[in-house]
Ligand binder design. Structure first.
Ligand code: HEC
Ligand code: HEC
Length: 479
């Protein structure tokens, strides 16, 4: 069973193997339950060092604090971080359609966050897929795209995202042709599906150390067959600070505020305090940064991040979750080893913990909450990688190299070239297309596409009877 206990103030996940040799993290059946809390039993208690004894006693006392379940639902209500009226006002910002006068573009993909994050409610995912491209340079090293616009007079660099729309030619600039069109040379290509943001406040509130420990244990318990990679990424609101990436298909962000800034610029063309530089100045007329604070002192980014943080976690299909077939599927999901990566339960750091380089303090509504994402949020090579490296300037801003970032390693990003974050399976039943590229359209297709680090697990899956395989798929349909 999965046990969580504080060790020197850090959340630690510990696995014990069942006699079968398979990993059994989390709870055992199809219904979400609170993972039993237990002390690790390894808290240091040197008898004569009073301060350490105090720490140990505190740790024991903390272990007695229950963690509670994160609230779930698709009801547009707050998870308790803010009141419902505030949450709904934040949602209005998230849903808002931006126009040229607000700073939309010059290059963009959509006019509102909601356009891509809406199913079944605002903040969910969608079928909208984006195009990412690049090419191989010397020694087969990946290089970002170089896309000429304005009849070749300007080259867009430093990105892999292609913007599918542009604000001109228009009435004010009838002859300025800035639509991005790919040259043939950009021959490493993929699509990436829009992700759901529901419950991401809980994901953000998980301690970095929890993911690092998870990676270490996973690798050890599987005798190095499955070793997720945790990657340190810049926290833009805390220059110089980094955190363990957990958002995006490539774990490119750790902070929801940073991600919101990234999305506002790269999806919608809106500059902010975190991303003050336009992708191109051609046809640009709105003043910079486009996003300015309201009278209450909060700008759109603050509202987006608070909206996402206050969403409830996705709820399961309660009817399906209770059937014998689903329960059987849930057990088999553990048994064959899916749950080694698709981790059933994680617990957030306690309320009062400062994260994101000290810029965000976990509140009571987000602290010490257990939730069920079915992901380790680590990157793995399961044989599906698209070969596109996270583009630095796109995600961390044109000025990122003016800052020295703690624990930051460009090489780590290159090593993750063919890796993808374990797709969280909470609310997978609400998706019609699967995997990062949307190329799998049935659950069986998505599952059987796994190879690489998941090869042995897939071997176990393939050896199951058809009925048992179906039970696993039925379990997925309940998530
Ligand atoms: C044109 C479609 C589109 C628009 C508009 C858009 N997004 Fe996204 N969003 C995506 C895609 C695609 C991903 C996955 C990106 C990736 O990793 O390559 C994503 C991922 C995210 C994530 C990471 C979720 C996770 O759990 O990993 C966050 C947070 C996010 N978007 C916030 C926003 C916000 C805030 C806005 C509005 C400012 C926005 N997005 C606008 C398409 C969009
Ligand atoms: C080594 C880690 C690992 C193991 C083991 C693993 N997965 Fe995955 N899974 C991933 C990764 C990584 C992705 C995303 C791949 C991509 O998008 O290219 C993924 C994606 C998926 C998806 C698609 C989800 C979506 O939203 O598109 C499903 C369904 C899935 N896995 C089910 C399973 C099942 C069932 C098993 C066990 C038979 C399993 N996985 C074993 C890592 C793993």
């Amino acid at each position: 069973m999965l046990k969580q206990g504080p060790m020197r103030g850090v959340s630690v996940w510990a696995y014990r193997e069942r006699p079968s040799g398979h990993l059994f993290p989390g709870v055992g059946d199809g219904i979400h339950e609170v993972a039993p809390l237990a002390t690790e039993g390894k808290v240091m208690r040197p008898p004569f060092v009073v301060s350490l004894l105090a720490v140990a006693l505190l740790a024991v006392a903390f272990a007695a604090l229950p963690s509670s379940e994160a609230p779930t639902g698709f009801d547009n209500q707050s998870n308790g971080m803010v009141d419902d009226a505030t949450h709904q006002a934040d949602q209005v910002k998230f849903d808002e359609v931006e126009n040229v006068s607000d700073g939309l573009g010059p290059l963009y993909n959509a006019q509102s966050c909601r356009e891509c994050h809406q199913s079944p409610v605002s903040g969910g995912g969608s079928q909208v897929a984006e195009l990412r491209v690049g090419h191989e340079g010397a020694h087969h090293r990946f290089e970002n795209a170089e896309i000429p616009i304005a009849r070749g007079t300007e080259i867009i660099t430093g990105r892999t995202l292609v913007n599918d729309r542009a604000i001109c030619p228009n009435g004010a600039f009838p002859n300025t042709e800035i639509q991005e069109r790919l040259p043939d040379s950009e021959n490493v290509r993929t699509t990436r599906l829009s992700l759901s943001l529901l419950g991401d406040g809980f994901v953000e509130a998980v301690a970095d150390q929890t993911f690092i420990e998870l990676a270490r244990k996973q690798c050890k318990e599987t005798h190095h067959k499955i070793c997720g990679q945790a990657i340190f990424v810049p926290i833009l609101e805390a220059p110089g600070q980094t955190g363990v990436g957990r958002f995006g298909w490539k774990d490119q962000h750790a902070s929801l505020l940073s991600f919101s800034g990234d999305a506002y610029l790269n999806e919608m063309g809106i500059t902010t305090r975190l991303f003050p530089d336009e992708v191109t100045k051609l046809c640009n007329t709105a003043s910079e940064p486009n996003d300015v604070p309201d009278p209450d002192g909060l700008d759109d980014l603050d509202h987006f991040a608070r909206f996402i943080r206050a969403t409830k976690a996705p709820a399961r299909d309660g009817q399906l979750a209770a059937t014998p077939q689903t329960r059987r599927g849930s057990e088999l999901f553990e048994k064959v080893g899916c749950a080694t990566c698709h981790v059933r339960a994680l617990t957030t750091a306690p309320a009062g913990t400062k994260i994101n380089g000290g810029k965000f303090t976990i509140s009571d509504a987000l602290g010490a909450k257990t939730f069920h994402p079915y992901s380790d949020f680590l990157m793995h090579n399961v044989g599906t990688g698209d070969g596109i490296v996270v583009p630095m300037l796109e995600h961390y801003g044109r000025r990122m190299y003016q800052t020295t970032w703690r624990n930051f390693s460009g090489e780590d990003f290159h090593n993750a070239r063919f890796k993808v974050r374990t797709a969280p399976l909470w609310s997978v039943r609400l998706r019609s297309r699967l995997m990062h590229d949307g190329a799998s359209v049935t659950l069986r297709d998505a599952v059987t596409r796994h190879g690489g680090e998941a090869s042995e697990v897939m071997h176990h899956f393939e050896k199951l009877s058809h009925a048992d395989q179906e039970a696993i798929l039925e379990f997925l349909r309940s998530l």
